[in-house]
Design a protein around this ligand. Structure first.
Ligand code: G3P
Ligand code: MG
Length: 247
């Protein structure tokens, strides 16, 4: 039986463009991926910004923690040159900019918003993200995930049905039960889990497996065979030639 699998661009089309920037999202959209995974943190003045690390050092020309900067300061840093000088005009996007872009492009792309609050507690992050989702009426094409389980519990207490992905590393034998407790629709897991008996148990319980980060075509084919719903990849251009998937 043909099994359709969806491809999400991990941090945007991050294999070819600077991760978590507007160009990485736009180039992913042009590749016709089903979804985009992105990471969010909070600035000093409480703006939800799209960046993977708690510090800006690796992916911008600045130094320091995201939460030490006001948004008006943070947005001046160059978030593209670390990848290639031709991307020097890229900045750290606001989550709302990504939402605006999705509307402007009339795109139905799924946005997987990963709350990066497993290292730093960002008070109010859940409320702010959900408020934005509601403001833009995006609750049907948005997934919230986090390595911080308490944060996902909070998300569910704030919003009764927004899609939640329980995010974890390796094999977590309690993942199914934890997911059920907060009515999470999916498990955001690694291949090792997806291909294990625990992964099969999760699927049998009706949970979607969304697997990160799959950059090898052979790994992709194995996952497709085992019925996972989504793979997240940095390199959609290398995965696509191998599949007949939903795009
Ligand atoms: O959300 C899946 C994946 O992005 C989790 O790891 O470190 O790439 O955010 P990381
Ligand atoms: Mg992530």
């Amino acid at each position: 039986m043909a099994h359709f699998i969806e491809v999400y661009a991990h941090r945007g089309f991050s294999g070819r463009f600077p991760e978590n920037t507007m160009i990485a999202f736009e180039e992913a959209r042009k590749m016709k991926v089903a979804g985009i995974e992105l990471d969010v943190q909070l600035t000093k003045d409480g703006e939800v910004v799209v960046i993977h690390d708690e510090r800006i050092d690796r992916t911008t020309n600045g130094i320091g923690y995201v939460h030490e900067f006001l948004y008006k300061q943070l947005c001046l840093f160059d978030a593209g040159s670390w990848f290639h000088s031709k991307y020097h005009t890229e900045a750290i996007p606001l989550l709302s900019e990504v939402f605006e872009w999705r509307i402007e492009k009339k795109s139905d792309i799924t946005l997987n918003i990963e709350l990066k609050n497993d290292q730093i507690d960002y008070p109010g992050l859940e409320e702010k993200v959900i408020r934005l989702i509601e403001e833009y009426d995006f609750s049907d094409r948005t997934i919230i995930s986090s390595f911080n389980y308490d944060s996902l519990v909070k998300v569910r207490s704030i919003h009764p049905y927004v899609s939640i992905g329980l995010l974890f590393e390796g094999i977590d034998k309690e993942a199914v039960e934890k997911a059920k407790k907060i009515q999470a629709q999916g498990l955001h897991c690694e291949s090792v889990y997806a291909l294990s008996n625990e992964g099969k148990r999760a699927q049998a319980q009706g949970l979607d497996l969304r697997v990160y980060t799959v950059n090898k075509p052979e790994e992709f084919l194995q996952l497709k065979e085992s019925g996972v719903k989504v793979i997240m990849t940095d390199v959609p251009h290398e995965i696509y030639p191998n599949l007949d998937c939903n795009r």
